[in-house]
Design a binder for this molecule. Structure first.
Ligand code: NAP
Length: 239
């Protein structure tokens, strides 16, 4: 049975990824700051629920007393603001969680990871392109892509792969927060806010968390042994 760790497993994409591995019969550990959310994800499936802050080195180290075969660095956050209104605290928090959190998670994962191991980061299309009001988040996600591409080259000879998925907007609490913020900021209805946030997706809808999870399963599979250092875009054409 493969041992899988999913950070940020208490909601959204992390929850869908955890369910997808559990449904395949893998042993799944989920980590996050809110134990109640992790237990909700588990829902009686027998997952191990671990409280951890991915921005805290000791907290991440403690997750790895036993090695994992597959590690999904999914935990991340971002707050919308133009650069002129991005405080140093917002910048540092975003980078600490969204970039340094992935670095710490992968570094600790590597110590005991065997041949065939899989590292998968949930990056974003914001890790490939810029957009207004997302500089800190986009910088962190671009950093994740740099980390993934470099680490892939370090671990390739060990038979380990390191890849990322790069979703566009996904139907999760993070996307819901973005819509709510636009509703408040511009005093518009939910429908209008959804058009402003997601309206330009060429596919006319946003991504489902299960669609991201399916790509993570692929990158974690034996069939993907020669996919390394890749960022798989799942966006319906959204750039
Ligand atoms: P979400 O529902 O807000 O999930 C974020 C998860 O990260 C939560 O479970 C949260 O759990 C965890 N987390 C946040 N800070 C943490 C910390 N310091 N330590 C440990 N866990 C932490 O949003 P989501 O959309 O599923 O996001 C998952 C990932 O996908 C993120 O990396 C995000 O950037 C990326 N992504 C999302 C979208 C989108 O449109 N939704 C698009 C592209 C990429 P706790 O609060 O319990 O710690």
């Amino acid at each position: 049975m493969r041992r899988v760790l999913v950070t940020g497993g208490g909601s959204g994409i992390g929850r869908a990824v955890a369910h997808a591995f559990a449904d395949q019969g893998d042993h799944v550990t989920i980590a996050g700051r809110r134990l109640g959310a992790l237990k909700e994800t588990d829902g009686g499936r027998g997952m191990e629920c671990r409280t951890a802050d991915v921005a805290d080195e000791a907290s991440v180290k403690a997750l790895f007393e036993t090695p994992f075969d597959i590690v999904v660095a999914n935990a991340g956050m971002g707050r919308a603001a133009p650069v002129a209104k991005t405080t140093l605290e917002m910048w540092n928090t975003t980078l600490n969680v969204t970039l340094t959190g992935v670095f710490l998670t992968f570094r600790e994962a590597l110590a005991g990871m065997k041949e065939g191991g899989r590292l998968v980061a949930i990056a974003s299309v914001a890790g490939l392109n810029g957009a207004p009001n997302t500089a800190a988040y986009a910088a962190a996600k671009h950093g994740v892509m740099g980390l993934v591409k470099s680490l892939a080259l370090e671990v390739a000879k060990r038979g380990i792969t390191c890849n990322a998925v790069c979703p566009g907007w996904v139907d999760t609490p993070m996307a819901d927060t973005a819509v709510t913020n636009v509703m408040k900021r511009f005093n518009v209805s939910r429908d209008e806010a959804e058009v402003r946030v997601f309206g330009d997706n060429p596919s006319g809808r946003i991504v489902k968390p299960e669609e991201v999870a399916a790509s993570v399963l692929y990158l974690a599979s034996e069939q993907a042994a020669m996919v390394n250092g890749h960022g798989l875009v799942i966006s319906g054409g959204e750039a």
